[in-house]
Write a protein that binds this ligand. Structure first.
Ligand SMILES: [Fe+2]
Ligand SMILES: [Fe+2]
Length: 332
């Protein structure tokens, strides 16, 4: 059987269990939090007081903080790109019926949960009065219209490696932003980021389970996919950020430096995520691998230490970089 056919068969096998995965890892709309739960209620008279409080508290948050929060928000707002990307993956068919539509159902439900993240953050940014919403909106429109290439092609194995990694990375960064906000007295923003981080964790747990299951059925091919993604490096969607009037990707480096300066998401976090994935998938204990998959396993097992040695030598620029997202509103 061809590599492609085995992948399809594995996807169809997991698809039969998709309802169970949905019950375990996703939460229906009536039961899960909604953006309104964490924002001033515009139907109440207390609305203006609550908005005033947000605006006052937000004055305590520094420049890098806003850059990072804006970048994170835009990354969440580019959700249409991720959904269309995933719908196109081999074995996922939104035109199928019944059990043949299970994966599409998963993607739709995952998307529906994710959609709340950009929603709540964007509304918060708007109310805070600290950022230039028009510039942010332009970047979001660019992000979606530019599209991206994250190196997974339409291979389910590579895509699930990517999502396992990426969901944990977003968990880490939202959690840290929340902690910083809380430390500066922004209780509401702290709660907001924390609850988003909780969603990302559930999603991570689901995707890492898909990979674990695939490792049982098709260990060598999954291992090769893992190696390939790690050689390419897991690129954050933020890699494609650009400000108005600039070229694709031009905002990433300065955004990433801001995140590293704040300790929101660093190279050490990347390494830590890789270690966690290696441990959960018990990469060291896989058996029955082909010769090339054995080599792939060696590479992935050694990678965290190798990366840690390099990371120690890299220094992050200390100077804050200005962004149009945070400028021109009288803030500085
Ligand atoms: Fe998200
Ligand atoms: Fe996510």
């Amino acid at each position: 059987m061809s590599i492609k056919n085995i992948r399809l068969e594995v996807m169809q096998t997991i698809e039969k269990e998709i309802d169970g995965y949905m019950d375990k890892y996703l939460i229906p709309p009536e039961k899960i939090w909604q953006p309104t739960d964490f924002l001033p209620n515009s139907q109440k008279d207390t609305f203006f007081d609550e908005v005033h409080q947000i605006r006052e508290e937000s004055k305590e948050l520094g420049y890098d903080f806003w850059v990072v929060l804006v970048g994170d928000t835009i990354t969440e707002e580019a959700l249409p790109t991720y959904e269309s990307w995933l719908m196109d993956v081999e074995g996922i068919n939104q035109h199928g019926k019944g059990v043949n539509n299970g994966w599409a159902k998963w993607i739709r439900n995952w998307t529906a949960e994710e959609n709340r993240h950009g929603d709540v953050l964007s509304k918060y940014l708007y109310l805070s009065g600290r950022v230039n919403m028009r510039e942010i909106e332009i970047t979001t429109q660019h992000m979606i219209s530019d599209g991206f290439d994250i190196g997974t092609a339409n291979d389910p194995y590579r895509n699930f490696i990517y999502t396992s990694f990426q969901e944990l990375a977003t968990n880490v960064s939202h959690k840290r932003v929340g902690q910083l906000a809380k430390k500066k007295g922004n209780v509401l923003l702290g709660k907001m980021c924390n609850i988003i981080a909780g969603d990302e964790m559930r999603h991570h747990l689901a995707y890492r389970e898909f990979v674990k299951t695939i490792l049982n059925y098709d260990p060598s091919e999954m291992m090769l996919a893992f190696e390939d993604m790690m050689r390419k490096k897991i690129v954050m969607p933020a890699l494609f950020l650009r400000e108005s009037g600039t070229v694709i990707g031009s905002a990433f480096e300065n955004f990433s430096n801001a995140a590293q300066r704040l300790g929101v998401y660093t190279t050490h976090d990347y390494i830590d995520i890789l270690r966690k994935l290696n441990a959960y998938w018990e990469i060291d204990k896989l058996t029955g691998l082909t010769a090339s998959a054995e080599k792939a396993r060696d590479y992935v097992m050694r990678l965290p230490d190798r990366m840690a040695r390099i990371a120690d030598r890299v220094t992050i620029p200390e100077d804050i970089t200005r962004f149009k997202w945070v400028e021109a509103n009288g803030m500085l």
